[in-house]
Design a protein around this ligand. Structure first.
Ligand SMILES: [Zn+2]
Length: 270
């Protein structure tokens, strides 16, 4: 092989290395994580009723733990509207401000984002009567083991004295999941046994074993998603609505309802 070919191969090698480094850095920085292969539901995954008549009843205390302002509306607002109609008392605990502070400096206005997202969340959750608690963790970098954040979440849960906790499933994840979703779910699942809650219901789960019939809530749910204007507007909003409707139809089929939101119910105590 002549020296010219050697030079070409060398420069191709360098380009490939650069490419790998850039992709690697982008993956490391981006809070979306790929779980491949995703963990499959257990072979034997019987349906469970997490005492639904108790869940959907007046005065039942429900603590919902999420990663960002908009997660509750995006993933489970049909269930939350239904809980509100039943008279349940809902507290929404949002562990980060969704301020995009993990972006490179000067590319986003963190204070403004925080303000806007708090307001959107408070507006949206007023439709299902939730009290909202913001824990102020770092967006995109929520660490479930960081002692201050952990004790803040524990105090918030202790204050609610929940009968039920609702959180992201940190164990049976979809193929692509935001790390704050996974980590907020992990923190909630780890703290749950030390609370008053008898059940934890985990959403965005690949091992769903219980379903809430949300057939009559689609229009309201769709309006709640649109309140998060800073995240979903125009074509993106249409696309998101379509994706979510498909998901609820699919989970409805699993459950025998027109539309449903699925959860993995885990009993915490008898
Ligand atoms: Zn989120």
């Amino acid at each position: 092989m002549g020296p010219r070919w050697k030079r070409v191969l060398k420069s191709m090698g360098r380009m490939f290395l650069m490419f790998v480094l850039i992709i690697g850095a982008a993956y490391w920085w981006n809070p979306q994580k790929v779980h491949y292969p995703s963990r499959k539901a257990p072979e034997n995954n019987p349906k469970i009723d997490p005492e639904s008549s108790r869940l959907f009843s007046k005065g039942t205390r429900v603590a919902v733990v999420v990663g960002h302002p908009d997660d509750a509306e995006f993933f489970i607002s049909g269930t939350l509207l239904k809980l509100h109609d039943a008279g349940a008392v809902i507290t929404l605990i949002v562990v980060t401000d969704g301020d995009k502070s993990y972006y490179p400096p000067f590319t986003t206005n963190v204070d403004e984002n925080r303000k806007v997202r708090h307001q959107e969340q408070t507006d949206a959750s007023s439709h299902y009567g939730a009290n909202v608690v913001f824990l102020g963790g770092p967006d995109g970098r929520y660490d479930p083991d960081e002692p201050v954040l952990r004790s803040k979440l524990k105090s918030a849960l202790d204050e609610v004295k929940p009968d039920y906790i609702i959180a992201f499933d940190p164990e049976y994840l979809p193929r692509i999941q935001h790390r704050d979703h996974e980590n907020s779910g992990r923190a909630a699942l780890e703290l749950a046994p030390g609370t008053s809650a008898k059940w934890i219901l985990l959403f965005a789960s690949m091992a769903r074993n219980t379903f809430v019939d949300t057939s009559k809530y689609w229009d309201q749910r769709s309006d709640l998603i649109a309140i998060h204007k800073s995240q979903f507007a125009g074509e993106k909003l249409m696309l998101i609505r379509g994706t979510l409707l498909d998901k609820e139809m699919k989970e409805g089929e699993e459950a025998g309802f027109e539309l449903a939101e699925g959860f993995r119910a885990v009993r915490l105590k008898d």
